[in-house]
Design a protein around this ligand. Structure first.
Ligand SMILES: NC(=O)c1ccc[n+]([C@@H]2O[C@H](COP(=O)([O-])OP(=O)(O)OC[C@H]3O[C@@H](n4cnc5c(N)ncnc54)[C@H](O)[C@@H]3O)[C@@H](O)[C@H]2O)c1
Length: 459
């Protein structure tokens, strides 16, 4: 919405959210309090906010005034009922559709922006056809479009300014062309793909499944490198050099995270099973299995290197966000790996340049809340005594038995390992799951080193 407001000053863009705290932060005069960290976001916000971009909690009024309503609400994995743990929870989508039916007036284009299972537009259309006790007597007409979002966190602004493609699915040509005309203000017409509703919905799930599959593919090969003596960076480069394969999304690491890949893969496998396509479901589920396995094997590697005794060992965790340049921790590999290590008895000192202590606390709490809901188990483990947050990197590694790099933040690439080796315990271990440590430099210190996807870790 920020980029639409910037590129289309003649359009009034009104962002509404029921979460008053979030809206308050989006309106905060101090730009440091904006709830999302994204490179290059603030300058655009400064230009557009209160010009033609407005944030409020007045959902009913803005729906009433709108010609186009984008539904951008969360669609997390269901935690109860049919499809629990796999299907997407569409209760927020349904609620939005009901509110749109109730408050809109005249012609309204309803745009599905959230990532949803195929056929969700049908559900929205059904709700829009059922009168919801409307406050207005003005007749209502709706057209439902699917316009999934392909931005990637950490690169969101660049992806929105220079998208590879814009996808619009629908049945009504006039509505499709109107939405297309908004994007045409800054995106070339050839990049705007117009399809039917179901192709559009399925394309988004498929795109995320393919991206996740590439990560699992290269991560599976990282394990083969460690036992054979091949080097995953060299393999990635060689494989990605083939123009049929391409070099994107071939960096081995602790696995994918973020709010989308896992939920969208679960969603796709659920959909396939629903249509009795069990082999297809198993295929996509294996992408998730490799991701979980990669995180388990990293925790196991740390445990083994600490002489199979993590009890009271102090491990410094570098990076908690699911990737660099975002403060998003949803489904971050760091959550699973930290929990595994704490379960082995380790004490963690967690550092991240953008994630706060409260966000880490919330990430652990919501992990245990999900487990509790899925398993009907009401006893989350005592956990908070086993980790500390430290905003100062030097303090966070002090007296550490091991340092585990989990996010590829720029500042971790520039660490002076000689200096760090004087702060940690003697011969502490450094585990690099992001392949960002300069091997030659660390070799000159007394630190022990393990790097994902390489055989030659050294002690
Ligand atoms: N985050 C991404 O990078 C990304 C990328 C592409 C697609 N998506 C998709 O976009 C959707 C939203 O993702 P997100 O990361 O922004 O989620 P989010 O949870 O950060 O934000 C959703 C917001 O919707 C608000 N909300 C829920 N119900 C509402 C209602 N009835 N009225 C008003 N506000 C309501 C919530 O308060 C919340 O602030 C998801 O379907 C996701 O899969 C996200």
């Amino acid at each position: 919405m920020l980029v639409i407001a910037d590129k289309c000053p003649e359009i009034s863009v009104n962002v509404v959210d029921k979460n008053a705290e979030r809206i308050k932060r989006w309106n905060d005069k101090d730009f440091k309090n904006i709830p999302v960290f994204e490179p290059n976001l603030i300058p655009i916000l400064k230009r557009t906010r209160d010009r033609n971009l407005f944030f409020s909690t007045n959902v009913s009024k803005e729906i009433q005034l709108a010609d186009i309503v984008f539904i951008c609400v969360n669609t997390p994995t269901k935690l109860e009922g049919l499809g629990s743990g796999r299907a997407s929870d569409l209760k927020w989508i349904k609620l939005c559709a009901k509110e749109i039916e109730k408050y809109s007036e005249g012609d309204t284009i309803v745009v599905e922006k959230s990532t949803v299972p195929v056929k969700t537009a049908e559900l929205i259309k059904q709700i829009l056809k059922s009168p919801q006790n409307s406050s207005s007597s003005i007749p209502k007409n709706f057209s439902v479009l699917s316009n999934p979002e392909f931005l990637s966190e950490g690169n969101a602004i660049r992806d929105l300014l220079y998208p590879d493609r814009i996808l619009i699915g629908g049945e009504d040509k006039k509505s499709i062309d109107l939405l297309s005309s908004v994007y045409e203000k800054w995106v070339a017409k050839e990049k705007i793909i117009k399809t039917n509703l179901w192709s559009s919905e399925l394309s988004k799930l498929t795109a995320n499944a393919f991206l996740a599959q590439r990560i699992s593919s290269i991560n599976s090969i990282s394990a083969v490198c460690e036992v054979t003596g091949a080097d995953i960076k060299e393999v990635s480069r060689s494989v990605g050099g083939d123009s049929r394969i391409g070099d994107k999304f071939l960096s081995a690491g602790p696995g994918f995270g973020g709010s989308c890949f896992k939920k969208d893969l679960l969603n796709l496998t659920y959909l396939c099973e629903h249509y009795n396509l069990n082999e297809v479901a198993a295929y996509w589920n294996s992408v998730l299995e490799i991701n979980n396995w990669q995180q388990k094997r990293i925790s196991k590697e740390v445990f083994e290197k600490l002489c199979k005794n993590a009890s009271n060992k102090k491990i410094s965790i570098l990076g908690f966000s699911f990737k660099a340049n975002t403060n998003d921790t949803r489904d971050s590999p760091s959550i699973n790996i930290c929990i595994n290590l704490i379960e082995q008895g380790a004490f963690l000192n967690i550092h991240d340049p953008k994630v706060t202590e409260d966000e880490i606390k919330n990430a652990f709490a919501s992990y245990f809340e999900d487990i509790k809901q899925l398993n009907n188990n009401d006893k989350p483990p005592k956990f908070d005594d086993h980790w500390l947050f430290n905003a100062d990197l030097n303090k966070s590694v002090k007296n550490a038995d091991a340092i585990l790099i989990l996010t590829e933040w720029e500042e971790y690439k520039e660490i002076d390992w000689d200096k760090i080796s004087k702060l940690t315990k003697k011969a502490a271990w450094v585990f690099d799951t992001r392949l960002i440590v300069d091997n030659d430099k660390i070799l000159k210190t007394n630190l022990n080193f393990w790097c994902l996807g390489k055989k030659n870790s050294f002690e």
